[in-house]
Design a protein around this ligand. Structure first.
Ligand SMILES: Cc1cc2nc3c(=O)[nH]c(=O)nc-3n(C[C@H](O)[C@H](O)[C@H](O)COP(=O)(O)OP(=O)(O)OC[C@H]3O[C@@H](n4cnc5c(N)ncnc54)[C@H](O)[C@@H]3O)c2cc1C
Length: 371
């Protein structure tokens, strides 16, 4: 199928019907909230059963063998209808794209069709208590022992880990090599003995992410994705996917957000010149970001800039909205929840400071920060 206009019309019809019947999962952003995991999984299964999942993945691995442009249309129309485009980013984008790039035929056959169908939930096991921004400092170790690796250590902030069947994991497999070179990438079965997952409560009251402890976990060698000690390369591609822009879909959801912002009531007693000025400033910033997104058109090299600008704007808008509500912001409702949630988005997937460093060094060509 090459006619994208016809294809788009079919996507719209499918998504609208799914929305009406209640099977479509509402959009949730980057991380599926705990109370929506089941619905999101059912929605993924429904989309797959009807041929609307994994559009650009190879046919032999559960996909439809279409182009990335078809997937982009799917993202755009899901954004327009405000439904989730997939079960979760960790599985559908991060795990699946890295398996497609670096997996063996056995790994592709074992994981891709089930991920496309929403049969398995994935989490991302990269960050550690002492290794977030400085990810190469990770200490979790995987030591070869016959046909297994013995895994010991701890991960943290692992979103959805309490529901996950598998995790994409970074662990140190060599202490002799320079630190970036001694890391390997695993597809970890979360049900293996010796894995202890403990949910952490955020200030919203939800438990979206977890601590994950490994105590002598025997991980089969077949879980290694890509060559031993070359996990850093695989991981950097994953982080590119994580920060990557979804092109026009990003513009559509930003537009929706700007519409909501424009309708925020700074009215009656609160309609002060300062609030109006602040709102105008946010809307102008939003308009500039929209123009920027349209210009970069999904350019992966500029993903750190779009991640930075979008999360900073959203969080400023949430703080503004909470501010104009005054005492009302102390009530726990969707608006307050969003306000409490948004600082996390400036950190997840790499903090704003780190995105600024990347933009400075790789986009603007400024001197590298001192080691
Ligand atoms: C909602 C949420 C979900 C997440 N989900 C996952 C997940 O599923 N899987 C996963 O592996 N991780 C996840 N993370 C973790 C996330 O990737 C890390 O929190 C992030 O990379 C920052 O690392 P850190 O928390 O260790 O902070 P640190 O690296 O300790 O940074 C602390 C502060 O210092 C600043 N800083 C650090 N280094 C520099 C520098 N060189 N220059 C300037 N400033 C610097 C940072 O910007 C930050 O403000 C999640 C985080 C959040 C908030």
């Amino acid at each position: 199928m090459t006619d994208l206009r016809q294809f788009r019309a079919e996507v719209v019809a499918f998504v609208e019907a799914a929305k009406e019947s209640g099977i479509a999962c509402p959009a949730f952003g980057a991380i599926v909230p705990p109370d929506m995991v089941e619905l999101s999984q059912r929605w993924q299964a429904h989309a797959f059963a009807n041929g609307w999942s994994a559009l650009h993945w190879p046919v032999e691995h559960g996909g439809r063998g279409l182009s990335r442009a078809h997937t982009t249309v799917w993202y755009e129309e899901c954004a327009r209808a405000q439904v989730a485009p997939y079960l979760n980013l960790q599985g559908y984008v991060l795990a699946a794209e890295s398996i497609m790039r670096s997996g063996t035929d056995e790994q592709k056959a074992a994981f891709l069709p089930r991920t496309a169908a929403g049969d398995i939930v994935w989490c991302q096991l990269f960050s550690e208590p002492g290794a977030g921004s400085d990810l190469a400092g990770l200490q979790t170790s995987a030591v070869r022992d016959g046909d297994d690796y013995v895994l010991n250590g701890q991960k943290v902030w692992s979103s959805n880990a309490q529901f996950a069947d598998y995790g994409i994991l970074l662990a140190r497999t060599s202490l002799d090599l320079p630190r970036h070179k001694g890391i390997s990438f695993f597809l970890l079965d979360m049900r293996l003995p010796g894995i202890d997952v403990r949910p952490l409560r955020q200030m919203t009251g939800d438990e979206e992410f977890c601590e994950v402890f490994f105590d002598d976990v025997a991980v089969p060698r077949s879980s290694l994705l890509g060559p031993e000690n070359e996990g850093w390369r695989v991981a950097m591609e994953v982080l590119g996917d994580e920060r990557g822009s979804f092109g026009e879909a990003g513009v559509i959801s930003l537009d929706q957000r700007l519409d909501v912002m424009a309708s925020v009531s700074v009215g009656s007693g609160n309609r002060t010149a300062i609030a109006t000025d602040a709102l105008a400033d946010l809307l102008v910033r939003g308009g500039a970001l929209k123009a920027f997104l349209q210009r970069v058109d999904g350019d992966v090299a500029l993903a750190p800039a779009t991640k930075l600008l979008r999360t900073e704007l959203t969080s400023a808008a949430d703080a503004f909205e909470a501010g104009v509500r005054g005492a009302g912001a102390m009530l726990l409702d969707d608006v307050t929840n969003q306000f409490l949630y948004s600082p996390g988005m400036r950190i997840a997937g790499g903090s704003s400071e780190i995105q600024r460093n990347i933009v400075g060094e790789r986009v603007l060509g400024l001197p590298r920060e001192p080691g």
